[in-house]
Design a protein around this ligand. Sequence first.
Ligand code: GDP
Ligand code: MG
Length: 166
Amino acid sequence: DESEGETEEYLFKVVIIGDSAVGKSNLLSRYARNEFNLHSKATIGVEFQTQSMDIDGKDVKAQIWDTAGQERFFFFLLYSTCRSGVGECSRNECEDHYEAHSDTTVAKMLVGNKCDLDNIREVPVEEGKALAEAEGLFFMETSALDSTNVKTAFEIVIKEIYSNVS
Ligand code: GDP
Ligand code: MG
């Protein structure tokens, strides 16, 4: 229940993953602080920045996680040892839960960064596009250096999650 004058708030998490030196940290710093660093140091561990945007008059916060690129992500499926039925029932529950989440509250985008370096390009834009299409991902080419599509890329995923959950 919303009390009068209180605005609804949303908090979404965005995780940037990819190989080392593809530009993850600079994509985030360009988006969150409009900064670019030609000699950025490798990220140690994970860092995050929070960025707010207004969608339909709602305050939507995105917590954007920058990783070192070495991480592998795991989902833990937990059950309680003091509740009966770790069998069929909770397994189904887990699956339903996972599916519901993977369908509606997760948006994924494949991002080809450094598109400013067109003269030394090795991956044609069509190849990125085709891969994204085959995997059901949004796709965008960006440049953290000259800002091409940086804001747009983040906004597309954040708006997609918002429209799926609101
Ligand atoms: P990370 O390891 O994925 O976080 O990559 P960094 O953000 O640290 O960037 C690695 C190197 O690539 C740095 O020297 C950056 O200046 C450079 N870089 C990052 N993004 C771009 C980009 O869009 N264009 C160009 N030309 N260089 C970039
Ligand atoms: Mg980094």
